[in-house]
Design a protein around this ligand. Sequence first.
Ligand SMILES: Cc1ncc(COP(=O)(O)O)c(C=O)c1O
Length: 415
Amino acid sequence: MSNLLLNEGYLDNTDLFYGAQDEKIFTKNKRYIDLSMCAGSILLGHNHKVFKKSIAKFISKKISNIAAPNINAKIFAKNIKKVVTNSEKIIFCNSGTEAVIKSLRLARAVNNKKKIALVTGGWHGSVDQLLYKTNKNLKPINLSSGLPKETYKNLILIPYNDFKKSEALLKKNKNKISCLIIEPIQACLPYENVAKYLKFLEIFCKKNNIILIFDEMITGLRTNCSSVQNYLKIKPDISTFGKCFGAGLPIGIISISKSISTKLQKINPKVFFGGTFSGNSIITFVGNEVLNYIIKNKKKIFKKLNTNSKYLQTELNKFFISNNLDLKIYRFQSILRLVYTKDLVKDRVSRDFLEQKKNKLISKFKDYIKNKNIYIPSSGIMFQSYSHEKKDIDYIIKEFKKGSLKIFTKNKKIN
Ligand SMILES: Cc1ncc(COP(=O)(O)O)c(C=O)c1O
């Protein structure tokens, strides 16, 4: 919590959030339309009736929490497999970060190689081995102090969505690479046109005994009640999920394919996955109840999510073009991000490079939007929920139009 406070720069109680309902979050004095939705983990909306009922139901069952294999975890795992295709085995963790850490361990155990190929621009949580970004020359830059000095030596940074460079780097290092981890569609730049690139990675990894890990923490479930891998018909060896599956409660999920599962059984000593709260009874119960509701109402939920998101994107992009504003909304399903240039940006390194020249204007725009009672998290990633109504979207569109015109119109004196 304190870390979040530091990151968000909230020093004062008036800025702290006290509660949330549907598409709104509240501080003591203000109500915001929430576009963060608990960093994308709430699909139905805050405090949704199914979420509330499931917690009440859990309490009434007198199950308590059980740090041991339990029936709720078993039922939930079975249900997850209905929406996560290509899954032989489900392993529960407490967070996305933990799921990623354990996936890297699992990959190393399976093929006994040292290096990790990290595709740039994605985010994989607070994982020492992956807390790096790159500059344009693919040099690793620490995202935190305190990282072990050697970790970056085992990293090979692969430029997202760049076939030529990716292929050259992978070819050069293929015998040393244990796994390649990628956020297949990056929430920080939800750009859909990457199917060919992902297919190329799948083929290359299969051919060269490199374990392909798709980190679908954000896209899992949010992608039409399934995943990017299902949407694009790609079969990674290991996948990580979390967020929406926990319905707003902490969770991480590792899903492994049949071939990895078979290999895993033969490994000695066994790969360690345990933890006090892994697969705990309460989150697996609530997660399962909410998942059941989402599966049952899949058509109407995803129709609304995708229609509203597309409307928001289309209206704003039309407006930016007609007013010659150097802005563009990117979208994948119900994940959106305003990028502060109209030039086509294909990866995050280029996005950051283009945006950093406009930091002052961007910060003015963000203040404008916040003052209009719309909450966007510091990442800039905007998530729609089933509780956002057309009137909310119209209001967001209206304020984005007014704010962008005021702040980003060229040759205009900014106050
Ligand atoms: C793609 C991705 N992977 C991993 C994580 C880490 O998950 P958590 O914050 O639950 O540890 C995140 C969190 O935002 C994420 O977006």
